[in-house]
Design a protein around this ligand. Structure first.
Ligand code: GLU
Length: 441
């Protein structure tokens, strides 16, 4: 049975990068009929905020990424303490007292000597008396996990065979001086106890995975399958790290991006499958295959979300957008023909307002000097209302006969006179909605 989890830290709003992780884990679980856990990684009491927990849930719900269970790391601190005790008993855990400045100095020295900046394990040589003295002077130390210096190998779901020399990695700090358990330990305890079978996360976690594999093994757990997806970059390949804050899911929602557009893009971007609008979650689940994703950084352009949003909206029946249509001010009796006209001509639902104001108030006519007479003649031929889908055809036929104009010379001046624009909706669909003309007709 497959169990996956999405494990955000509630220290901010989730963005497109987080979504990629959430979605992959979700799709894997759903595809195999497994369990998808939402795990709130809130071991940092200062930075974790309840409002972000709520916001993360809202954002996932908006997208239809429903979870089967919620877990919170802050509820499980005793489990982590027990694991820490076990590691201590095994001799795999040691207290170290270097200050950040001292560690920094050590790293600089190592780099100057052309060596990798790996923690030198000086704390392992401290006697009990020395530790006592340091504790008295500096308070409790941090607790580091003592890695076995051997190669750590795994077959990654995206990256393929990985082999990392543990000696090239610092012994990870799992508990801070103030007693706060760090994610590296908490995550391992959770993944093991919650029966997580597949962990998909960003490639910035590859080194964590190496150390976590040793921690899982030390604690007698079974390693999940790991897959590390590539990180997103901007359209030019530039780093997104600074911009991710502005690519929060709620900002995209605010801009009118539709869930299906976002899901369709994020579930396939960076894979060998084409990005195209999918009709529903079932289609996304069905076609998802993590092995089709590449290791290279993945270019993300938020502008790609808008054509997908437009296409999605085009496919919707009125029932799915009736709130937005009435919200734009469209009276119920016109909602159906209005939507049929407007859906072909919007990028987001926010554009409905503009089309309704055109229908309701008309537009400043755009009439070239040489068309003045023609327009006057045409307006005189406007048939009696009320208009229907046929009215435009009937009218323009009459105008054609009376004036001898045809094609573009016939239609374009009429369009510009009625809408103030050179391009826009099908005039046959628009005419019956133009309230000013209706009133005249
Ligand atoms: N809270 C971690 C993060 O947001 C989770 C990483 C993981 O999936 O293990 O980076």
């Amino acid at each position: 049975m497959t169990t996956t989890r999405f494990a955000p830290s509630p220290t901010g709003y989730i963005h497109v990068g987080n979504l990629r992780t959430a979605l992959m884990n979700y799709l894997i679980a759903r595809k195999s009929g497994g369990t998808f856990i939402l795990r709130i990684d809130d071991t940092d009491p200062e930075r974790s905020k309840e409002e972000y927990v709520d916001a993360i849930k809202q954002d996932l719900e908006w997208l239809g990424l429903h979870w089967d269970k919620v877990e919170r790391q802050s509820d499980r601190l005793d489990r982590y303490a027990e694991a820490a005790d076990n590691l201590r008993e095994m001799g795999r855990f040691y207290e170290a007292f270097e200050t950040p400045t001292e560690l920094d100095l050590k790293r600089k020295k190592q780099l100057n000597m052309g060596k990798p900046p790996v923690y030198d394990r000086a704390a392992l040589n401290l006697s009990e008396a020395e530790k006592e003295a340091l504790r008295a002077e500096r308070g409790s130390g941090v607790w580091r996990f003592k890695l076995d210096h051997e190669r750590i190998d795994w077959t990654d779901g995206v990256l393929g065979d990985i082999s990392i020399d543990a000696a090239s990695v610092s012994d990870p700090v799992l508990i801070r001086g103030d007693g706060q358990v760090l994610y590296t330990l908490a995550s391992v305890v959770d993944d093991t106890e919650m029966g997580v079978t597949d962990v998909v996360r960003g490639s910035d976690h590859v080194t964590n995975t190496a150390t976590q594999i040793q921690i899982i093994e030390a604690l007698g757990g079974t390693c999940p399958r790991f897959a590390h997806h590539s990180l997103l970059t901007g359209p030019q390949g530039e780093s997104l790290s600074k911009r991710l804050g502005t690519l929060a899911l709620r900002d995209l929602r605010e801009q009118g991006v539709q869930p299906m557009a976002l899901l369709s893009l994020m579930a396939r971007l960076g894979s060998s499958d084409p990005v195209e609008l999918r009709s529903d979650m079932a289609e996304l689940i069905d076609g998802f295959d993590i092995t089709r994703f590449g290791a290279a950084p993945t270019k993300f352009d938020e502008q790609d979300l808008f054509p997908l949003t437009a296409k999605h909206l085009q496919s919707l029946p009125l029932a799915d957008v009736s709130d937005a249509v009435s919200g734009a001010g469209v009276p119920a009796e016109l909602a159906e023909p209005f939507w049929a006209m407007a859906r072909e001509n919007i990028t987001t639902l926010a554009d409905l307002k503009g089309w309704w104001s055109l229908c309701r108030d008309g537009a400043e006519p755009l009439i070239a000097d040489e068309d003045q007479e023609f327009i006057a003649e045409a307006m005189a031929l406007l048939p009696e209302g009320p208009f229907d889908g046929e009215s435009w055809g009937t009218w323009t036929k009459a105008v054609k006969e009376a004036t001898g104009r045809k094609g573009k010379g016939l239609f374009m001046p009429l369009r510009k006179a009625l809408t103030g624009m050179e391009r826009g909706p099908e005039m046959a669909a628009l005419l019956p909605l133009l309230q000013v003309i209706r009133a005249r007709g």
